[in-house]
Design a protein around this ligand. Sequence first.
Ligand SMILES: *Cc1c(COP(=O)(O)O)cnc(C)c1O
Length: 466
Amino acid sequence: MELSPWLERATAEIRDWASSHGPVAVHPSLGVDEPALREALDVLVARLRKSYPFFHPRYAGQMLKPPHPVAVVGYVAAMLINPNNHALDGGPATSALETEAVGRLAAMFGLENHLGHLTSSGTIANLEALFVARECHPGAAVALSTEAHYTHARMCHLLGLPTRAVAADAHGRMDPAALAEVLATGDVGTVVATAGTTGRGAVDPVHEILALARGHGARVHVDAAYGGFFTLLAQDDPDHGPALVDPRPWRALAGCDSLVVDPHKHGLQPYGCGAVLFGDPAVARFYRHDSPYTYFSSSAPHLGEISLECSRSGAAAAALWLTQELLPLDRGGLGAVLAAGRRAATNWARMIQQSPHLELFQPPDLDIVTYFPRSPTPWTGTAALSAASTDVLDRGMKAEDPVYLSTLRVEAGAFAARHPAIPVDGSEVTVLRSVLMKPEAEPYLDHLHQRVEHLVRQHHQDRVKP
Ligand SMILES: *Cc1c(COP(=O)(O)O)cnc(C)c1O
């Protein structure tokens, strides 16, 4: 879809609504000189040109891509009003949109009951889940996989919660046997599982973790900030084919105590859109507080009464709601977007396995591919391999036909667990990592693969030169 006509339509409609309230003259203090604006805008755009092309499939690096145009239209329409979803006084219309949009997220995960709301980010959403976890089990520890997002340890520190590290297996998934040992100490109140780790996209065995945790009376929080929407691909579908991810961890989500998903990662939204969901609506009691400034318009619950943040963008809720209307949370809607990236990841993994220039670090669970350069003569050690990964990353960005990858530092033991034949000489190993989160990655795959193979060949050629 072409963005401009819809943006024009949205702005015209909101202008029409505004004018129904009667004319308001723009105050002279807010007036701007149009030539000065044109000049400043030129400077801004010139500076924005220094961005990486997140929209293009040649950008196969981090979890970054522009929002869907529908989200932009929804966001701009509401932003012109600038509602604040802290309270019904601030966002009567967008609070209702948020409640609906969050209800659809809860339904996607199969939650029968829920309490939930949007947040500014996955970090804040996880903070809220950990805050509730602390109130449920005061003084008890939080068990975290070594592959959990780094912000969990930070947020536990902030909340004064002790943590227990749980080892991951060779695939980067939480190891249930290691969890059983940690749980046996009896001091764990909450287990944090990750459905799609940020590094490798590994999906923890939530079904096994849930059973173990329940055996010890511990809560289970699932951080699905990045991976959550892949639950759309976890079922065989008569119209869209078989499940594209292992269904077992996803099915278990409905039985967990809380979960976090980031619509600003895989939900086509601009930044400022995370979400936290609780299975037991009664946890609302932990948020209880009063505000002398707000909450005058109704006795109905305000979103600010069940969230830690105060001001929050109502436009984010409008954008998410509109996107869900057009790309619903099913296999044919948003699922089709994720399916293309998932197919691209599995296909690229297969191509890498057959490549004389690249080696697969591990098969992808979702849409993150991890790989590293092969060497014409066996690698002397992981240090040379790491240097080659970094060099391929740099060369890719500087090339005439650039490709943008990312790197992942893997702890040496974790690397050796997967690739024991390569001698380890260093505490960490750098491999290459690509998040194929745009559906456009699928038709671009042959070119991307050729480009990366070429960069590896160039690295080795330049290395042997005197
Ligand atoms: C991105 C991510 C986070 C942090 O979310 P933000 O929205 O960046 O604050 C937390 N956990 C996982 C697994 C993530 O991928």
